[in-house]
Design a protein around this ligand. Structure first.
Ligand SMILES: Cc1ncc(COP(=O)(O)O)c(C=O)c1O
Length: 366
């Protein structure tokens, strides 16, 4: 199947990703594989800029690409495009939410004990700058742990350490809920309405297979109007030339990154379109099913994975994770190790196949 034929079969999706011709790439939890179409789109923008320069039409093109990408992210989130902000990464979006709240000393931020530095950084900043307290509890108990001082619950939708899932009870809590969706968006079925959260921060470079420096933030209109926005400029003001009287966009654009390049936007958009053409439900189902199969096979081989949910991450024990990661890489199998734990983590996407999984399992030291 050619690179630009419609993608229907898993083999057609797989053929979009040149890296898979060489290696069993199981590392989308860090950075997803880049598709040929995404790279071509980025190159085309740069060629246009080379040939035409970067004047009015260039800025209109950036706007057109932003609009397209916002729509594409909204489809992956089950959301309205008006509630989506285009960011540079998950971390940026989480910072907007945490630091946008009117937090005072004594206010509590409730989180779990398996969070990524991208979220912990924002919580630590709120503790240092606003005097808020941060309480860490097990992820599975987080919904019941909300107390009278809790102003925000902030935790992973899918935990990065072992692929655990946030509890469904979070939909019922009465304070705002921010989900770190770095390992959720594009990987599993994300429907922000069903999740009952108030904000969902996602990465572009992971399960959407976009470039580094891409991400999105979904916010409910109710939460958005409560969040202060300290960074203002051309990107998020209605009429930037109104000087000091300029007002922020009411919709998700108020948290847009101040400057995103045409090549990055085009790369992100083409990357998402490849997955959309295969179909989001089909991509989610296939990734989760392949990951479950890998977990079973690892257990049969005496490498029982860490407790996980129905996600696309599989973490399994290794005596020397850094050394085994390097050994696997030298044999063409790409996974990562988890800092501070005796675990390797495989990230399984719809672009992978049984052959990738067999190559991983077959390469493990026994
Ligand atoms: C759960 C989680 N949160 C946040 C991040 C940081 O993502 P980003 O680089 O998009 O800010 C990661 C990256 O690995 C992650 O796994």
């Amino acid at each position: 199947m050619g690179l630009f034929s419609p993608i229907v079969e898993p083999s057609g999706l797989r053929s979009q990703f040149p890296v898979l011709e060489r290696v069993a790439y199981l590392n989308a939890g860090t950075d997803g594989p880049l598709s040929a179409r995404a790279a071509t789109a980025a190159r085309a923008e740069l060629e246009r800029e080379l040939a035409e320069g970067r004047a009015m039409a260039h800025f209109e093109r950036r706007k057109e690409l932003s609009d397209g990408l916002r729509e594409a992210c909204a489809r992956a989130l089950g959301a309205d495009a008006a509630d989506v902000s285009l960011t540079t990464c998950t971390t940026e979006g989480m910072g907007h939410v945490v630091m946008g709240l009117d937090l005072r000393p004594g206010d509590e931020l409730l989180t779990s004990d398996e969070e990524h530095p991208g979220l912990l950084g924002a919580l630590a900043a709120a503790r240092e700058i606003r005097g808020a307290t941060v309480r860490e509890v097990p992820l599975e108990q987080i919904a019941e742990q909300v107390g009278p001082a809790t102003r925000l619950v902030a935790c992973s939708h899918v935990g990065w350490v072992s692929g655990s899932l946030a509890p469904a009870g979070l939909a019922e809590v009465e304070v705002p809920v921010l989900l770190d969706g770095a390992q959720g968006l594009g990987a599993i079925d994300v429907d922000v309405t069903k999740l009952g959260c108030d904000a969902y921060a996602g990465a572009g470079q992971k399960w959407l297979c976009g470039p580094d420096g891409s991400g999105s933030l979904w916010t409910s209109p109710e939460l958005r109007e409560r969040l202060a926005v300290s960074r203002r400029g051309y990107g998020n003001l209605e009429e930037a030339n109104d000087g000091l009287e300029a007002v922020l966009h009411v919709d998700g654009r108020r948290f847009d990154a101040p400057s995103l390049s045409a090549e990055s936007l085009a790369c992100s958009l083409a990357a998402a379109e490849v997955l959309e053409e295969f179909g989001w439900p089909a991509a989610w189902e296939r990734g989760v099913a392949l990951a479950a199969r890998l977990a079973e096979t690892l257990a049969e081989r005496g490498r029982t994975p860490a407790p996980r949910g129905a996600t696309t991450l599989v973490s399994f024990p290794s005596e020397d994770p850094a050394a085994e990661r390097e050994l696997l890489a030298s044999g063409g199998v790409v996974v990562r190790n988890i800092p501070g734990r005796q675990w390797l983590r495989a990230s399984v996407g719809a672009w992978n196949d049984e052959g990738d999984l067999e190559r991983l399992v077959g390469s493990l030291a026994t």
